[in-house]
Write a new protein. Structure first.
Length: 67
C-alpha cells in the first residue's frame, strides 16, 4: 500500500523531479514516467513476494496439521 500511495502522491509535486531531470538531461515528464513505472514494478514484486510467503506459511501449517 505504501508503494501505491507514493505512486499516487509523489507525482502531485513535480518540482521534486526537477533536480533529477537536470542531472540526467531528460525532461520532467520522462522522470515522472520512469518513477511511476519503477514504483508499479516494485508493487508487483511485493505482491509476488507476499503470495510466495503466504503459500509457504500455509504449506508449513498444513504439513504440521497432518502429523
Amino acid at each position: 500500500m505504501l508503494v501505491l500511495g507514493l505512486t499516487v502522491l509523489i507525482p502531485q509535486f513535480p518540482f521534486l523531479f526537477q533536480p533529477v531531470a537536470s542531472v540526467f538531461g531528460i525532461s520532467v515528464d520522462q522522470v515522472l514516467a520512469l518513477f511511476i513505472v519503477f514504483m508499479l514494478l516494485l508493487a508487483i514484486l511485493f505482491c509476488v513476494l507476499f503470495v510466495r510467503e503466504s503459500v509457504s506459511i500455509l504449506r508449513a501449517h498444513l504439513h504440521s496439521a497432518r502429523r
